[in-house]
Design a protein around this ligand. Sequence first.
Ligand code: COA
Length: 450
Amino acid sequence: MEGECDRYILISYNKAMNWKDKYNKIKMTGDEAVKLIKDGDTVVLGHAMGEPQELVEALSKNYQDYKDVEIVQMVPFTGELAKEKYEGHFIYNSLFAGGSTRKAVQDGFAEFTPVFFHEVPKLFREKLIDVNVAMIMVTPPDEHGYCSFGVSIDYTRPAAQEADIVIAQVNKYMPRTLGNSMIHINEIDAIVESHHKLPELQPPKIGDIEKKIGEYCASLIKDEAVLQLGIGAIPDAVLTFLGDKKNLALHTEMFSDGVIDLIENGVINNSKKSYMPNLSVSTFLMGTQRLYDFVDNNPSIYMASVDFVNNPAVISKNRRITSLNSAIQVDLTGQVVAGTMGHKIFSGVGGQVDFVRGAAMANEGVSIIAFPSTASKGKISKIVPDITAGSMVTTTNHDVDYIVTEFGIAKMRGKTLKKRAEALINIAHPDFRDELIAAYESRYNCKFPR
Ligand code: COA
């Protein structure tokens, strides 16, 4: 496949010999497998719906046997190893906080490393994070000895490629996704068979505000657009307004159930894609069993590592790539905060900037940051004169393109600071416009054009 580097080409055939003997030799219990981890090791843990829960359980059960083991993870599922009770035994290094780890990160029991999602594998390769052990979850092997990483290829596969030791939970319920998504038994050091259905992410509830935002975003999506959709109510709301579009495509960090109907009724068909046509490209998946069944052995879904899928240079090969992401706060210059609330870490940068930049580089690319105009039941405006002190800018005002709320669309790219502020005030919630106008008038020493 054009664009994928040599190191990702599947291992040579002779290495695939005698894999069944190897499988039986390295099959063990979770308790036995985690004994391969030594004090001071760095363990990269599979994430989101691909978190190897059996291995996490084994580590947590035996935690007193370990000293200063660093656990590196992106989207947490159980969050178990970030708990305060493991202090001195495990140091949890979060690359993206979620509901189950946010408090630990905010309270200082867990560490946080800012990193663009597509650059995580580079941290491993350059040994800035030196992967001693990769703990992953995969499908059972096929007749050639290859296991699929299933719902989570992203940084998990690169971690396994860099690790000294690979411990794999084999789960028959993991869907067998295709693409560049495999690992051979001969590349694994310990197998723990443990079968459980994958956790499900239910489709979000879409309210009137999300519908309005969805409608505005859909108006920016052209026929033949290649979509990147984040997670949550807004991307799902957008999808409900795309029924009349033609020949849409997917090149996205992740996707959920929301796209299945559009694929099944031919709206998303990848037929006019300029790069990797006829394939929906993604690096991880979160959804319900319906999604997991849909992607299982589905050759139209191409899953690959995040340094490929989220690489802005790769993204930019997609004509009309249209990215859709969200924000916590946007200031009047168009600086977007998506991962922090002041000094408090809320999530992380994830793949937002990867796609914003990829879209900016692409032919006819569009990037949209969409969010409800207020938070905390209408008490807080998300559009503010200045971002809260301590917050980290996610998308800079040099990169930002469209901002959308339930009150409309504000184009930032190519606009002066003054014009940006005017456009943003016009899509802020009316309850907060007076204070934004006061900030505008004092900053630019002129009357706000009404
Ligand atoms: N001030 C105070 N609280 C705020 C706030 C603000 N400016 N903005 C949001 N919040 C609160 C909300 O009220 C809500 O609280 P609640 O759960 O108690 O109701 C909570 O924070 C979540 O806000 P919401 O707007 O519902 O967030 P979301 O689930 O739509 O996620 C991001 C928005 C920005 C946090 C999320 O998209 C993200 O983490 N983005 C960064 C990574 C990324 O973009 N990846 C893209 C590829 S998938």
